[in-house]
Design a protein around this ligand. Structure first.
Ligand code: C2E
Ligand code: MG
Ligand code: MG
Length: 740
């Protein structure tokens, strides 16, 4: 320690001098000891540590240093003392006077009483210290005598001196500098008073940049050493005064300059935050942004990787068409999204492909497969699908567009494949065998792609085993039926009149109460030649030929007749009817049509729930919205049918003001990850509930589905689990048995 080192340098001459003195003047020395003079001429000085650069602790060495320390050390040495400095931490100078651990205490402006009321003595002035007032901003300062001034608690002795100088000054003491600054900022005091040297240090703090030194209000105070007014105290003060007399102005100036020229203020964390807060914030934001981008990129890479894996699983690497798995999924998806589109599934096989590979080489075989896949793909629409099932076998799901289209594909698409090698100068003609399965309405309701492929493969096998090439139908009667449907739709008016068209009802239930709450009207055509037809057999054809509106009007009227009859029997029931997207597109006066019907059959509008399919929105949003708004104004309930099957579901929800959402459960859960499907359904239910819209789930086939929907907050349901569509007589029986 610097203090100790100094002491050691001096102790030997001092000891030598004392020994000599003791030998020569044994008595006076004895007297001195009895008077209790500073033990071994070591003086313990109590100093505060909270006022850099006057008194502070050197952060590197831990020693007490500062202007005051160096002045005192010089004075003490001049007076023949070795000094030890002790920290005064919590106590005031007045309290420190009473503390016997210190021989003397500093700094004092003048002699004051100790905390216990004992008088004190002070030395001569060591140095004239400048004191400065600091204010907030540059405003005018009231007269010093009327000023409210804040000082540090540890300066209580100085405060007393100031008070003697300016009796009208109101002085408040604060424990810490931040507290006093806060009081100044809050207007509790007009100014803060402190040693100018201390200010030069404190005001380097960036967050104190709003504080201003008041140069006009500077005054100086004495800087003295004090002790209790005891013989010992007086003796020390006397000796120190001798030392002070030897203190030169040059030495004073050197010490002051030494400390005031040092860069003592070190930035702490809070200073950096204050000074560079904005930059820090920007850096942090930047880091967060970089992190977010990194995470997103990582996710995107993972998603791309998953997609790639999915592509690998779902696609055939050689030809680029779907793999068997991919084909299965796509077909299920297409059939569900297009339940009204007639489809056929074709199984294609290249005869003697092994021979081609063996004789012309694998590369030639691969080229042929690619050619076949490409040509079919080029002829397909987005609603068709092709998959490579095994080596030379492909399956194709095509919209059933009749004989002509099939012939066209056979020639335009497959002939170049047949001539693949001949076009390349070889003699081999490629023989292609095909089997065709024409989908039935049941296939749309119970989608089993493997069964359909099996049927088509059986037909293909028949060709392969009996002929060289060509194609055959697995179920020619279905093909014929389809052909005839296309032909007979023109006879719709006759069918309507002759009573071949029927309206069936599928009950809707509240699963929570077990009660039937309504029904959906679905049409059926009992054709005298073609047998019993489902909507999948004829709706698409009617839509294409522009006849669907006639069918719809027939169904609506029949439903109104039934409602009227039930009203008369005292049952106020409601039924959901379907509106084709073509009715909307063609801008038929649907609201007017329904108004006519309810007037004619004396119904209230709430008895009709009008189902408009979600896909209608994509076709003509303005017309859909205007029809919906008008229907609701008239008191009809409007329902959004097949919600979740289209591409704009969420957008629709926002744009179209419907009363009830018909959640298409079958579509949402038929393909893909089952767990994910359930999560989506669950979120959709929650979302519709939050939007305070009503909701019904259709296509509920199992008790598990029903329980799940109920647990998520959807209690209205329709599906095979409860009831299949049934003729009106059966429906009435069900209703009656429920009422009994
Ligand atoms: P939609 O309006 O979505 O009607 C529901 C369809 O799902 C009905 O088929 C119904 O039988 C079927 N379904 C009900 N519950 C279940 C179930 O649990 N599982 C499965 N797999 N299916 C279920 P449907 O009667 O064959 O009608 C098919 C579509 O034909 C209807 O779909 C509707 O878009 C259309 N359609 C039916 N009748 C009419 C009509 O009178 N006019 C118009 N424009 N379209 C109609
Ligand atoms: Mg419907
Ligand atoms: Mg539906």
């Amino acid at each position: 320690m610097r203090v100790r080192k100094h002491w050691k340098n001096k102790i030997f001459p001092l000891l030598a001098a004392s020994i000599c003195l003791c030998l020569l003047l044994i008595v006076p020395c004895h007297v001195l000891a009895e008077n209790g003079e500073a033990k071994g001429d070591v003086l313990t000085v109590g100093v505060p540590v909270d006022r850099c650069p006057v008194f502070y602790e050197d952060p590197a060495s831990g020693e007490l240093v500062g202007i005051g320390v160096d002045l005192m050390r010089t004075v003490a040495e001049n007076a023949g003392y070795a000094v030890t400095f002790l920290r005064i931490e919590k106590e005031t100078l007045k309290e420190a006077l009473d503390n016997t651990a210190y021989d003397v205490v500093m700094p004092f402006g003048s002699a004051i009483k100790s905390a216990s009321g004992k008088p004190s003595v002070v030395t001569e002035n060591l140095i004239q210290t400048p004191f400065t007032l600091v204010t907030k901003g540059d405003g005018d300062l009231p007269q010093l005598n009327n000023l409210r001034v804040g000082m540090l608690h540890s300066l209580a002795a100085g405060a007393e001196t100031v008070h003697q100088m300016y009796p009208g000054m109101e002085i408040t003491l604060y424990e810490t500098m931040p507290e006093s600054v806060q009081a100044l900022r809050d207007g509790k005091v007009d100014a803060l008073l402190h040693n100018s040297y201390v200010w030069s240090y404190v005001l380097q703090k960036p967050s104190y940049s709003d504080l201003r030194v008041q140069p006009s209000a500077m005054f100086s105070m004495d800087f003295r050493v004090g002790a209790l007014d005891t013989p010992k105290g007086r003796e020390i003060v006397d000796r120190l005064n001798g030392g002070i007399a030897e203190l030169t102005d040059t030495r004073r100036a050197a010490i002051t300059l030494d400390y005031t020229s040092r860069k003592l203020y070190h930035y702490g964390f809070s200073d950096y935050v204050y000074q560079y807060g904005l930059i820090l914030l920007l850096v942090v934001l930047l880091l967060i942004a970089v992190l977010v981008i990194a995470v997103m990129k990582n996710r995107a890479v993972r998603a791309a990787h998953e997609e790639k894996l999915r592509q690998l699983v779902d696609h055939d690497p050689l030809t680029g068409v779907l793999s068997q798995d991919g084909f299965r999924k796509r077909v299920a998806e297409l059939l569900h999204t297009h339940p009204d589109t007639p489809y056929l599934l074709t199984y294609i096989n290249i005869k003697n492909f092994k021979f081609i590979n063996d004789s012309l080489g694998m590369a030639a075989g691969d080229g042929l497969l690619r050619c076949l896949a490409n040509r079919i793909q080029e002829a397909m629409s987005k609603e068709d699908a092709i998959g490579r099932i095994t080596a030379d076998r492909f399956a194709v799901l095509l919209r059933n567009e009749g004989e002509e289209k099939l012939q066209k594909i056979n020639h335009e698409v497959l002939d170049p494949v047949r001539n693949y090698f001949m076009d390349r100068g070889k003699e081999n003609r490629v023989l292609i065998c095909g089997g065709i399965y024409v989908l039935t309405p049941a296939d749309y309701q119970q989608i089993n792609v493997d069964h359909m492929m099996d049927y088509a493969r059986m037909a293909e096998k028949r060709v392969r085993s009996t002929r060289n090439e060509g194609y055959e139908f697995y179920n020619p009667e279905q093909w014929e039926k389809g052909k005839q449907v296309a032909e007979v739709i023109n006879y719709l008016p006759i069918a309507i009149k002759s009573g071949d068209l029927h309206v069936w009802y599928q009950p809707q239930v509240n699963y929570a109460t077990g009660k039937i709450t309504g029904a959906e009207a679905l049409c059926r055509w009992d054709h005298n030649k073609l047998g019993f037809l489902y909507p999948a057999d004829f709706i698409a054809a009617l839509e294409e030929s522009g006849l669907i509106y006639d069918l719809d009007c027939f169904v609506w009227e029949r439903v109104c007749q039934d409602l009227h009859r039930w009203n008369k029997q005292g049952y106020h029931r409601s039924v959901s009817v379907n509106v084709s997207r073509c009715d909307i597109r063609e801008d038929r006066d649907i609201p007017g049509q329904f108004v006519n019907l309810i007037q004619k059959y004396d119904l209230s509008p709430d008895q009709l729930h009008i189902e408009i399919t979600e896909t209608a929105f994509a076709e003509n949003p303005e017309l859909l919205i205007s029809n919906t708004v008008r229907l609701r104004e008239l008191g009809f309930q409007v329902e959004m049918d097949d919600f979740g099957s289209g591409y704009s579901s969420l957008h629709m929800l926002k744009e179209v003001p419907v009363d009830r959402i018909k959640l298409d459960l079958h579509f949402l859960t038929s393909s893909g990850d089952h767990k994910k499907s359930l999560t989506i359904v669950s979120c959709m239910v929650q979302m519709v509930n939050l939007l305070e819209m009503k909701m019904i789930a259709e296509g509920v086939e199992t008790v598990e589905q029903a329980d799940f929907l109920l647990s998520r907050g959807c209690s209205e349901m329709q599906g095979y689990y409860f009831y299949k569509p049934m003729p009106v007589e059966d429906f009435e029986k069900v209703l009656n048995s429920e009422q009994n």
